[in-house]
Design a protein around this ligand. Structure first.
Ligand code: HEM
Length: 457
Protein backbone atom coordinates (compact mmCIF):
# COMPACT_ATOMS: atom_id res chain seq x y z
CA UNK A 1 0.00 0.00 0.00
CA UNK A 2 1.47 3.36 -0.92
CA UNK A 3 1.75 6.35 1.36
CA UNK A 4 -1.64 7.95 1.93
CA UNK A 5 -2.21 11.38 0.44
CA UNK A 6 -4.70 13.39 2.43
CA UNK A 7 -6.21 16.06 0.27
CA UNK A 8 -7.70 18.99 2.18
CA UNK A 9 -11.00 18.94 0.27
CA UNK A 10 -11.64 15.27 0.96
CA UNK A 11 -14.30 14.81 3.67
CA UNK A 12 -13.03 13.32 6.93
CA UNK A 13 -14.27 9.84 7.59
CA UNK A 14 -14.31 8.72 11.19
CA UNK A 15 -13.75 4.98 11.75
CA UNK A 16 -16.65 3.15 13.42
CA UNK A 17 -16.45 2.18 17.09
CA UNK A 18 -18.45 1.58 20.25
CA UNK A 19 -20.21 4.55 21.84
CA UNK A 20 -19.54 3.20 25.34
CA UNK A 21 -20.47 5.07 28.51
CA UNK A 22 -21.34 8.75 27.96
CA UNK A 23 -18.52 9.92 30.20
CA UNK A 24 -15.68 7.42 30.11
CA UNK A 25 -16.45 5.68 26.81
CA UNK A 26 -14.93 2.17 26.67
CA UNK A 27 -12.25 2.83 29.30
CA UNK A 28 -13.61 0.43 31.92
CA UNK A 29 -14.13 -2.44 29.45
CA UNK A 30 -10.56 -2.05 28.33
CA UNK A 31 -9.22 -1.95 31.85
CA UNK A 32 -11.27 -4.98 32.93
CA UNK A 33 -10.37 -7.29 30.06
CA UNK A 34 -8.29 -5.68 27.30
CA UNK A 35 -7.83 -8.83 25.20
CA UNK A 36 -11.53 -9.45 25.02
CA UNK A 37 -12.43 -5.79 24.54
CA UNK A 38 -9.98 -5.39 21.65
CA UNK A 39 -10.97 -8.67 20.00
CA UNK A 40 -14.69 -7.93 20.25
CA UNK A 41 -14.25 -4.37 19.00
CA UNK A 42 -12.45 -5.65 15.89
CA UNK A 43 -15.02 -8.40 15.23
CA UNK A 44 -17.92 -6.01 15.67
CA UNK A 45 -16.64 -2.85 14.00
CA UNK A 46 -14.07 -4.11 11.51
CA UNK A 47 -10.44 -3.64 10.63
CA UNK A 48 -10.03 -0.16 11.99
CA UNK A 49 -11.93 0.91 15.10
CA UNK A 50 -12.11 4.20 16.96
CA UNK A 51 -12.20 3.80 20.73
CA UNK A 52 -12.89 6.43 23.34
CA UNK A 53 -11.41 6.56 26.85
CA UNK A 54 -12.91 9.63 28.54
CA UNK A 55 -11.84 12.61 26.41
CA UNK A 56 -9.20 10.63 24.46
CA UNK A 57 -9.57 8.66 21.24
CA UNK A 58 -7.41 5.81 20.12
CA UNK A 59 -7.44 3.70 16.97
CA UNK A 60 -7.22 -0.07 16.86
CA UNK A 61 -5.75 -1.36 13.60
CA UNK A 62 -6.56 -5.02 12.87
CA UNK A 63 -6.17 -5.68 9.12
CA UNK A 64 -2.73 -6.94 8.00
CA UNK A 65 -2.54 -4.32 5.21
CA UNK A 66 -3.27 -1.51 7.64
CA UNK A 67 -0.70 -2.89 10.09
CA UNK A 68 1.82 -2.88 7.25
CA UNK A 69 0.93 0.73 6.47
CA UNK A 70 1.71 1.91 10.01
CA UNK A 71 4.72 -0.25 10.84
CA UNK A 72 6.37 -0.26 7.45
CA UNK A 73 5.07 1.71 4.46
CA UNK A 74 4.34 4.99 6.21
CA UNK A 75 6.42 4.39 9.36
CA UNK A 76 7.90 7.89 9.20
CA UNK A 77 4.53 9.28 10.23
CA UNK A 78 4.44 7.21 13.44
CA UNK A 79 6.58 7.38 16.55
CA UNK A 80 6.51 5.19 19.65
CA UNK A 81 3.92 7.48 21.23
CA UNK A 82 3.30 8.95 24.65
CA UNK A 83 2.55 5.67 26.46
CA UNK A 84 5.96 4.15 25.80
CA UNK A 85 7.65 7.37 26.90
CA UNK A 86 5.59 7.54 30.11
CA UNK A 87 5.87 3.90 31.16
CA UNK A 88 9.15 2.60 29.78
CA UNK A 89 11.53 5.56 29.63
CA UNK A 90 11.90 5.85 33.42
CA UNK A 91 13.46 2.38 33.35
CA UNK A 92 14.97 2.04 29.88
CA UNK A 93 16.10 5.64 29.30
CA UNK A 94 17.19 6.16 25.70
CA UNK A 95 17.76 2.48 24.89
CA UNK A 96 16.75 0.93 21.60
CA UNK A 97 13.12 0.20 22.55
CA UNK A 98 12.35 3.76 23.70
CA UNK A 99 14.58 6.11 21.69
CA UNK A 100 13.46 7.90 18.53
CA UNK A 101 14.82 9.64 15.45
CA UNK A 102 18.55 10.05 14.79
CA UNK A 103 19.64 8.61 18.13
CA UNK A 104 17.62 5.44 17.56
CA UNK A 105 18.93 5.08 13.98
CA UNK A 106 22.55 5.48 15.05
CA UNK A 107 22.14 2.94 17.88
CA UNK A 108 20.28 0.46 15.69
CA UNK A 109 23.10 0.60 13.13
CA UNK A 110 25.71 0.14 15.83
CA UNK A 111 23.93 -2.81 17.44
CA UNK A 112 22.50 -4.66 14.43
CA UNK A 113 25.70 -6.63 13.59
CA UNK A 114 25.85 -8.10 17.13
CA UNK A 115 22.44 -9.71 16.50
CA UNK A 116 23.31 -11.32 13.21
CA UNK A 117 22.44 -15.03 13.14
CA UNK A 118 26.06 -16.10 12.67
CA UNK A 119 27.36 -13.91 15.50
CA UNK A 120 24.70 -15.38 17.79
CA UNK A 121 25.42 -19.01 16.97
CA UNK A 122 28.10 -19.41 19.63
CA UNK A 123 25.52 -18.54 22.34
CA UNK A 124 23.70 -21.82 21.60
CA UNK A 125 25.85 -23.77 23.99
CA UNK A 126 25.13 -21.35 26.87
CA UNK A 127 21.43 -21.78 26.18
CA UNK A 128 21.50 -25.57 26.35
CA UNK A 129 23.97 -25.65 29.30
CA UNK A 130 21.64 -23.47 31.36
CA UNK A 131 18.67 -25.62 30.34
CA UNK A 132 20.45 -28.81 31.39
CA UNK A 133 21.30 -27.22 34.75
CA UNK A 134 17.60 -26.40 35.20
CA UNK A 135 16.64 -29.99 34.34
CA UNK A 136 19.04 -31.19 37.05
CA UNK A 137 17.14 -29.11 39.56
CA UNK A 138 13.87 -30.52 38.23
CA UNK A 139 14.95 -34.03 39.23
CA UNK A 140 13.47 -33.46 42.66
CA UNK A 141 10.12 -32.47 41.13
CA UNK A 142 10.18 -35.48 38.82
CA UNK A 143 10.86 -37.76 41.79
CA UNK A 144 8.16 -36.36 44.07
CA UNK A 145 5.52 -35.56 41.43
CA UNK A 146 5.16 -32.17 43.15
CA UNK A 147 3.74 -29.47 40.82
CA UNK A 148 5.78 -26.28 40.42
CA UNK A 149 5.44 -22.97 38.61
CA UNK A 150 6.86 -23.45 35.10
CA UNK A 151 6.34 -19.75 34.35
CA UNK A 152 8.74 -18.73 37.16
CA UNK A 153 11.20 -21.42 36.03
CA UNK A 154 11.18 -20.14 32.42
CA UNK A 155 11.68 -16.56 33.65
CA UNK A 156 14.64 -17.64 35.77
CA UNK A 157 16.14 -19.63 32.89
CA UNK A 158 15.88 -16.91 30.25
CA UNK A 159 17.15 -14.25 32.69
CA UNK A 160 20.23 -16.32 33.44
CA UNK A 161 20.77 -16.86 29.68
CA UNK A 162 20.51 -13.18 28.84
CA UNK A 163 22.82 -12.36 31.80
CA UNK A 164 25.43 -14.79 30.58
CA UNK A 165 25.24 -13.85 26.89
CA UNK A 166 25.27 -10.10 27.65
CA UNK A 167 27.91 -9.92 30.36
CA UNK A 168 29.33 -13.41 30.85
CA UNK A 169 28.17 -13.20 34.45
CA UNK A 170 25.97 -15.54 36.39
CA UNK A 171 22.75 -13.74 37.15
CA UNK A 172 20.53 -15.71 39.48
CA UNK A 173 16.98 -14.60 38.94
CA UNK A 174 15.87 -15.35 42.47
CA UNK A 175 18.80 -14.57 44.74
CA UNK A 176 21.04 -12.24 42.69
CA UNK A 177 20.78 -8.50 43.14
CA UNK A 178 20.15 -7.92 39.45
CA UNK A 179 17.43 -10.57 39.34
CA UNK A 180 15.65 -9.00 42.31
CA UNK A 181 15.98 -5.47 40.93
CA UNK A 182 14.62 -6.74 37.63
CA UNK A 183 11.56 -8.19 39.37
CA UNK A 184 10.84 -4.94 41.23
CA UNK A 185 11.31 -2.90 38.04
CA UNK A 186 9.10 -5.22 35.97
CA UNK A 187 6.36 -5.21 38.62
CA UNK A 188 6.55 -1.41 38.75
CA UNK A 189 6.23 -0.95 34.98
CA UNK A 190 3.32 -3.41 34.93
CA UNK A 191 1.63 -1.52 37.76
CA UNK A 192 2.03 1.81 35.97
CA UNK A 193 0.51 0.49 32.73
CA UNK A 194 -2.52 -0.94 34.53
CA UNK A 195 -2.98 2.12 36.79
CA UNK A 196 -2.88 5.04 34.37
CA UNK A 197 -3.67 7.55 37.12
CA UNK A 198 -0.83 6.49 39.43
CA UNK A 199 1.74 9.16 40.27
CA UNK A 200 4.78 9.33 37.96
CA UNK A 201 8.21 8.28 39.25
CA UNK A 202 9.27 11.75 40.39
CA UNK A 203 6.74 11.57 43.28
CA UNK A 204 8.25 9.78 46.32
CA UNK A 205 5.47 7.27 46.99
CA UNK A 206 6.64 3.99 48.61
CA UNK A 207 6.19 2.21 45.25
CA UNK A 208 8.15 4.84 43.37
CA UNK A 209 10.90 4.73 46.01
CA UNK A 210 11.24 0.96 45.57
CA UNK A 211 11.48 1.46 41.84
CA UNK A 212 14.16 4.14 42.21
CA UNK A 213 16.17 1.82 44.44
CA UNK A 214 15.93 -0.96 41.87
CA UNK A 215 17.02 1.47 39.17
CA UNK A 216 19.96 2.63 41.31
CA UNK A 217 20.99 -1.03 41.73
CA UNK A 218 21.00 -1.51 37.96
CA UNK A 219 22.98 1.64 37.40
CA UNK A 220 25.59 0.71 40.00
CA UNK A 221 26.03 -2.86 38.80
CA UNK A 222 25.84 -2.23 35.08
CA UNK A 223 28.08 0.86 35.12
CA UNK A 224 30.54 -1.13 37.28
CA UNK A 225 30.63 -3.98 34.77
CA UNK A 226 31.07 -1.52 31.88
CA UNK A 227 33.93 0.29 33.64
CA UNK A 228 35.73 -2.94 34.55
CA UNK A 229 35.48 -4.13 31.00
CA UNK A 230 36.74 -0.85 29.56
CA UNK A 231 39.73 -1.01 31.91
CA UNK A 232 40.62 -4.64 31.30
CA UNK A 233 39.96 -4.38 27.57
CA UNK A 234 39.23 -8.10 27.64
CA UNK A 235 37.01 -9.50 24.87
CA UNK A 236 34.84 -12.16 26.44
CA UNK A 237 32.89 -12.78 23.23
CA UNK A 238 29.63 -11.60 24.86
CA UNK A 239 27.12 -8.99 23.67
CA UNK A 240 28.66 -6.31 25.87
CA UNK A 241 32.01 -6.90 24.18
CA UNK A 242 30.36 -6.44 20.79
CA UNK A 243 28.59 -3.25 21.92
CA UNK A 244 31.83 -1.84 23.36
CA UNK A 245 33.65 -2.53 20.11
CA UNK A 246 30.90 -1.05 17.88
CA UNK A 247 31.91 2.16 16.06
CA UNK A 248 29.83 4.64 14.11
CA UNK A 249 30.88 4.32 10.46
CA UNK A 250 30.74 8.04 9.81
CA UNK A 251 32.37 9.41 12.99
CA UNK A 252 34.33 6.42 14.31
CA UNK A 253 32.75 7.04 17.74
CA UNK A 254 31.59 4.35 20.14
CA UNK A 255 28.84 4.52 22.79
CA UNK A 256 29.07 6.48 26.04
CA UNK A 257 28.79 4.60 29.35
CA UNK A 258 25.29 6.00 29.92
CA UNK A 259 24.16 4.89 26.48
CA UNK A 260 25.63 1.45 27.12
CA UNK A 261 23.80 1.30 30.44
CA UNK A 262 20.47 2.14 28.75
CA UNK A 263 21.08 -0.44 26.03
CA UNK A 264 22.05 -3.19 28.44
CA UNK A 265 19.05 -2.63 30.75
CA UNK A 266 16.89 -2.66 27.62
CA UNK A 267 18.35 -5.95 26.39
CA UNK A 268 18.02 -7.43 29.85
CA UNK A 269 14.31 -6.62 30.03
CA UNK A 270 13.32 -7.05 26.37
CA UNK A 271 15.48 -10.15 26.11
CA UNK A 272 14.06 -12.46 28.75
CA UNK A 273 10.43 -11.99 29.71
CA UNK A 274 9.12 -12.33 26.16
CA UNK A 275 10.96 -15.59 25.48
CA UNK A 276 10.00 -16.97 28.91
CA UNK A 277 6.32 -16.32 28.17
CA UNK A 278 6.60 -17.91 24.73
CA UNK A 279 7.91 -21.08 26.35
CA UNK A 280 5.37 -21.10 29.19
CA UNK A 281 2.47 -20.87 26.73
CA UNK A 282 4.09 -23.55 24.59
CA UNK A 283 4.24 -25.95 27.58
CA UNK A 284 0.61 -25.22 28.36
CA UNK A 285 -0.56 -25.80 24.76
CA UNK A 286 1.46 -29.02 24.48
CA UNK A 287 -0.12 -30.32 27.70
CA UNK A 288 -3.56 -29.77 26.15
CA UNK A 289 -2.72 -31.34 22.78
CA UNK A 290 -1.16 -34.79 23.23
CA UNK A 291 -1.14 -35.46 19.48
CA UNK A 292 1.04 -32.38 18.83
CA UNK A 293 3.29 -33.37 21.76
CA UNK A 294 3.66 -36.85 20.25
CA UNK A 295 4.69 -35.48 16.83
CA UNK A 296 7.14 -33.16 18.53
CA UNK A 297 8.76 -36.04 20.43
CA UNK A 298 8.95 -38.06 17.21
CA UNK A 299 10.84 -35.29 15.45
CA UNK A 300 13.21 -34.84 18.39
CA UNK A 301 13.93 -38.58 18.49
CA UNK A 302 14.59 -38.67 14.72
CA UNK A 303 16.80 -35.56 14.57
CA UNK A 304 18.56 -35.63 17.93
CA UNK A 305 18.30 -39.22 19.10
CA UNK A 306 18.66 -38.19 22.75
CA UNK A 307 21.63 -35.86 22.20
CA UNK A 308 21.62 -32.20 23.28
CA UNK A 309 20.51 -30.02 20.33
CA UNK A 310 22.95 -27.65 18.63
CA UNK A 311 22.37 -24.49 16.60
CA UNK A 312 23.39 -26.36 13.43
CA UNK A 313 20.44 -28.76 13.93
CA UNK A 314 17.77 -26.06 14.26
CA UNK A 315 16.91 -26.04 10.51
CA UNK A 316 16.06 -29.76 10.85
CA UNK A 317 13.79 -29.16 13.84
CA UNK A 318 10.98 -28.03 11.56
CA UNK A 319 7.97 -29.17 13.57
CA UNK A 320 9.58 -27.93 16.80
CA UNK A 321 9.88 -24.47 15.22
CA UNK A 322 6.27 -24.62 13.98
CA UNK A 323 5.07 -25.41 17.51
CA UNK A 324 6.77 -22.26 18.80
CA UNK A 325 5.41 -20.14 15.94
CA UNK A 326 1.88 -21.37 16.57
CA UNK A 327 2.21 -20.76 20.33
CA UNK A 328 3.28 -17.17 19.56
CA UNK A 329 0.28 -16.82 17.25
CA UNK A 330 -2.21 -17.66 20.00
CA UNK A 331 -0.27 -16.00 22.83
CA UNK A 332 1.98 -13.32 21.31
CA UNK A 333 4.20 -12.13 24.20
CA UNK A 334 4.13 -8.56 22.85
CA UNK A 335 0.34 -8.56 22.62
CA UNK A 336 0.03 -4.88 21.72
CA UNK A 337 2.32 -2.49 19.85
CA UNK A 338 1.54 1.20 20.25
CA UNK A 339 2.37 4.18 18.08
CA UNK A 340 1.55 7.89 17.95
CA UNK A 341 0.67 9.56 14.63
CA UNK A 342 2.70 12.64 13.76
CA UNK A 343 0.57 14.15 10.97
CA UNK A 344 -2.92 13.36 9.78
CA UNK A 345 -3.05 10.17 7.73
CA UNK A 346 -5.58 8.06 5.88
CA UNK A 347 -5.94 4.33 6.43
CA UNK A 348 -8.48 2.17 4.63
CA UNK A 349 -10.40 5.30 3.58
CA UNK A 350 -10.61 6.60 7.16
CA UNK A 351 -8.96 9.68 8.60
CA UNK A 352 -6.44 9.28 11.39
CA UNK A 353 -5.82 12.64 13.03
CA UNK A 354 -2.40 13.94 14.01
CA UNK A 355 -1.15 12.98 17.52
CA UNK A 356 -3.53 10.01 17.77
CA UNK A 357 -2.76 6.90 19.75
CA UNK A 358 -2.61 3.80 17.55
CA UNK A 359 -2.91 0.28 18.95
CA UNK A 360 -1.82 -2.64 16.84
CA UNK A 361 -2.44 -5.97 18.49
CA UNK A 362 -0.77 -9.16 17.27
CA UNK A 363 -3.22 -10.95 19.58
CA UNK A 364 -6.20 -9.58 17.60
CA UNK A 365 -4.73 -9.89 14.11
CA UNK A 366 -3.34 -13.38 14.81
CA UNK A 367 -6.95 -14.47 15.44
CA UNK A 368 -8.47 -12.61 12.48
CA UNK A 369 -10.96 -15.10 10.97
CA UNK A 370 -10.32 -13.89 7.37
CA UNK A 371 -6.71 -15.07 7.60
CA UNK A 372 -6.88 -17.84 10.20
CA UNK A 373 -9.58 -20.51 9.80
CA UNK A 374 -10.73 -21.77 13.24
CA UNK A 375 -8.53 -19.14 14.85
CA UNK A 376 -8.79 -20.49 18.42
CA UNK A 377 -7.49 -23.95 17.47
CA UNK A 378 -3.83 -24.78 18.19
CA UNK A 379 -2.45 -26.26 14.97
CA UNK A 380 1.30 -26.00 14.24
CA UNK A 381 0.65 -27.19 10.64
CA UNK A 382 -0.49 -23.64 9.88
CA UNK A 383 3.23 -22.86 9.72
CA UNK A 384 4.29 -25.28 7.00
CA UNK A 385 6.23 -23.19 4.43
CA UNK A 386 3.40 -23.48 1.85
CA UNK A 387 0.66 -22.34 4.22
CA UNK A 388 2.79 -19.56 5.68
CA UNK A 389 3.55 -18.26 2.17
CA UNK A 390 -0.18 -18.07 1.36
CA UNK A 391 -0.85 -15.41 4.01
CA UNK A 392 -0.16 -11.66 3.88
CA UNK A 393 3.10 -10.67 5.64
CA UNK A 394 1.33 -8.88 8.49
CA UNK A 395 -1.22 -11.58 9.29
CA UNK A 396 1.51 -12.78 11.68
CA UNK A 397 3.97 -10.42 13.35
CA UNK A 398 4.98 -11.53 16.86
CA UNK A 399 8.22 -9.53 16.44
CA UNK A 400 6.58 -6.43 14.94
CA UNK A 401 7.84 -5.19 11.58
CA UNK A 402 9.39 -2.38 9.58
CA UNK A 403 12.48 -0.56 10.84
CA UNK A 404 11.59 -1.12 14.51
CA UNK A 405 11.17 -4.84 14.20
CA UNK A 406 12.59 -6.78 17.16
CA UNK A 407 16.39 -6.83 16.97
CA UNK A 408 16.44 -10.01 19.06
CA UNK A 409 14.12 -12.16 16.93
CA UNK A 410 16.85 -14.58 15.82
CA UNK A 411 18.19 -14.76 19.37
CA UNK A 412 14.69 -15.50 20.71
CA UNK A 413 13.80 -18.16 18.13
CA UNK A 414 17.14 -19.89 18.58
CA UNK A 415 16.76 -19.83 22.36
CA UNK A 416 13.12 -21.00 22.40
CA UNK A 417 13.84 -23.85 19.96
CA UNK A 418 16.89 -25.10 21.89
CA UNK A 419 15.09 -24.95 25.24
CA UNK A 420 11.93 -26.62 23.93
CA UNK A 421 13.94 -29.41 22.29
CA UNK A 422 16.15 -29.99 25.34
CA UNK A 423 13.29 -30.12 27.86
CA UNK A 424 10.80 -32.04 25.68
CA UNK A 425 13.44 -34.71 25.10
CA UNK A 426 13.92 -35.11 28.84
CA UNK A 427 10.28 -35.47 29.82
CA UNK A 428 6.75 -34.09 29.72
CA UNK A 429 4.95 -31.34 31.54
CA UNK A 430 1.32 -31.82 32.58
CA UNK A 431 -0.89 -29.06 33.89
CA UNK A 432 -1.66 -29.51 37.60
CA UNK A 433 -5.34 -30.53 37.87
CA UNK A 434 -7.62 -27.59 38.57
CA UNK A 435 -4.93 -24.96 37.94
CA UNK A 436 -6.64 -21.88 36.42
CA UNK A 437 -5.09 -20.60 33.18
CA UNK A 438 -5.89 -17.00 32.30
CA UNK A 439 -3.80 -14.75 30.06
CA UNK A 440 -2.90 -11.45 31.73
CA UNK A 441 -2.03 -8.67 29.30
CA UNK A 442 0.59 -6.54 31.05
CA UNK A 443 3.62 -5.25 29.11
CA UNK A 444 3.87 -8.87 27.99
CA UNK A 445 1.17 -11.53 27.88
CA UNK A 446 1.70 -13.83 30.83
CA UNK A 447 -0.41 -16.37 32.73
CA UNK A 448 -2.09 -14.52 35.60
CA UNK A 449 -1.75 -17.37 38.11
CA UNK A 450 1.56 -18.72 36.83
CA UNK A 451 1.58 -22.21 35.28
CA UNK A 452 1.64 -25.02 37.83
CA UNK A 453 2.72 -28.21 36.13
CA UNK A 454 4.10 -31.65 36.92
CA UNK A 455 7.26 -32.92 35.29
CA UNK A 456 7.84 -36.60 34.56
CA UNK A 457 10.43 -38.47 32.51
C1 HEM B 1 9.77 -14.28 21.83
C2 HEM B 1 10.55 -13.29 22.17
C3 HEM B 1 10.38 -11.86 21.73
C4 HEM B 1 9.28 -11.20 21.24
C5 HEM B 1 7.88 -11.78 21.00
C6 HEM B 1 9.67 -9.83 20.98
C7 HEM B 1 8.83 -8.87 20.44
C8 HEM B 1 9.23 -7.60 20.08
C9 HEM B 1 8.42 -6.65 19.36
C10 HEM B 1 6.97 -6.87 18.92
C11 HEM B 1 9.16 -5.53 19.18
C12 HEM B 1 8.73 -4.27 18.42
C13 HEM B 1 8.04 -3.28 19.30
C14 HEM B 1 7.54 -2.07 18.53
O1 HEM B 1 7.55 -2.05 17.32
O2 HEM B 1 7.09 -1.14 19.20
C15 HEM B 1 10.45 -5.75 19.79
C16 HEM B 1 11.48 -4.84 19.81
C17 HEM B 1 12.70 -5.07 20.43
N1 HEM B 1 13.13 -6.25 20.99
FE1 HEM B 1 12.11 -7.99 21.05
N2 HEM B 1 10.98 -9.67 21.32
C18 HEM B 1 11.46 -10.89 21.78
C19 HEM B 1 12.75 -11.17 22.19
C20 HEM B 1 13.78 -10.26 22.25
C21 HEM B 1 15.13 -10.56 22.65
C22 HEM B 1 15.65 -11.96 23.01
C23 HEM B 1 15.83 -9.38 22.62
C24 HEM B 1 17.28 -9.11 22.94
C25 HEM B 1 18.16 -9.98 23.31
C26 HEM B 1 14.89 -8.34 22.21
C27 HEM B 1 15.21 -7.01 22.08
C28 HEM B 1 14.39 -6.06 21.48
C29 HEM B 1 14.80 -4.68 21.23
C30 HEM B 1 16.13 -4.05 21.63
C31 HEM B 1 13.73 -4.06 20.57
C32 HEM B 1 13.68 -2.62 20.06
C33 HEM B 1 14.13 -2.60 18.61
C34 HEM B 1 14.08 -1.21 17.97
O3 HEM B 1 13.15 -0.45 18.21
O4 HEM B 1 15.00 -0.93 17.18
N3 HEM B 1 13.67 -8.91 21.98
N4 HEM B 1 10.48 -7.03 20.31
Amino acid sequence: MSQAIVTPNRPRRVPPGPAGHWLWGSLLDFQADPLRAYTEAARQYGDIVRLRSGPWYSYLIAHPDFVKHVLQDNHRNYNKGALIAAYLKPLLGEGLVTSEGDLWLRQRRLMQPAFHKQRLAHFGQTMTDKTLAMLDRWQTYAGSGEPFDVSAEMMRLTLSIVGKTLFSTEVEATSGEVGQAMEVAQAHVNYRTTHPFSLPERFPTPRNRRFRQAKATFDRILLGIIEDRRQSGEDKGDLLGMLLAARDEATGEGMSDEQLRDETVTLFLAGHETTANTLTWTWYLLSQHPEVARRLREELAAVLGGRTPTVAQIPDLKYTTQVIEEAMRLYPPAWVITRGSISQDEIGGYTIPARALISISPYVTHRHPDFWPNPAVFDPDRFTPERAASRPRYAYFPFGGGPRQCIGNNFALMEATLILATVAQAGRLDLAPGHPVTPEPLITLRPRYGMRMRFQH
